[in-house]
Design a protein around this ligand. Structure first.
Ligand code: AR6
Length: 171
């Protein structure tokens, strides 16, 4: 697990190859970390998101991920991952696992050596925080992803401490 780091702070500042956005299925921006990423990236990010193939307005179903260029962000790519809405999904755990897993697969396929994640589904989508930390750190800790440097950007001291605690438990 020594390829995983945890920091407290704003993910738009991350110096990595790919920044992961906690997006919604339409992939045209929103609140929370999605809003912050679109503000920092500027209108070019929305432009490339619009070009992603949509089926009935859905560009990225729950549990999946899509990759685009990153507008004005320092990273090369934004990976838009859509976690589950905790109270609406039948299988929130599987969907959260696959949102992380699909993001890491896309990063690998595109030659990324480093990736920054926010706490997907832990804001508006209401995932219980400790469960979400276990899932995120388990998926990123899989041997198949040990070649990618993973940095979690958490908002607030409480979230930061919780994720550090869960990571310690896994070591
Ligand atoms: N850097 C790092 N983490 C952040 C930042 C930031 N700049 N801003 C917020 N967070 P959320 P979700 C934290 O709600 O639950 C959007 O409207 C935040 O404190 O952004 O997956 C989308 O468009 C929380 O811990 O994402 C979707 O509609 C975590 O990021 C919906 O919200 C995720 O909170 C997705 O909901």
């Amino acid at each position: 697990m020594n390829h995983i780091a945890i920091v407290e702070g704003d993910i738009t500042r991350a110096d990595v190859d790919a920044i992961v956005n906690a997006a919604n299925p339409k992939m045209l921006g929103g609140g929370g970390v999605d809003g912050a990423i679109h503000r920092a990236a500027g209108p070019k990010l929305l432009e490339v998101c619009r070009k992603v193939k949509a089926v009935n307005g859905v560009r990225c179903p729950y549990g999946e991920a899509r990759i685009t260029t990153a507008g004005e962000l320092p990273s090369q790519y934004v990976i838009h991952a859509v976690g589950p809405i905790y109270r609406q999904a039948n299988n929130p755990k599987e969907l959260l696992e696959s949102a992380y897993c699909n993001s890491l697969i896309l990063a690998k396929e595109n030659g990324c050596r480093s990736i920054a994640f926010p706490a997907i589904s832990c804001g508006a989508y209401g995932y219980p925080l400790e469960d979400a930390a276990h899932i995120a750190l388990s998926v990123c800790g899989r041997l198949e992803f040990s070649g990618i440097q993973v940095v979690f950007y958490l908002f607030g001291q409480k979230m930061y401490e919780l994720w550090c605690h869960v990571l310690q438990e896994k070591l």
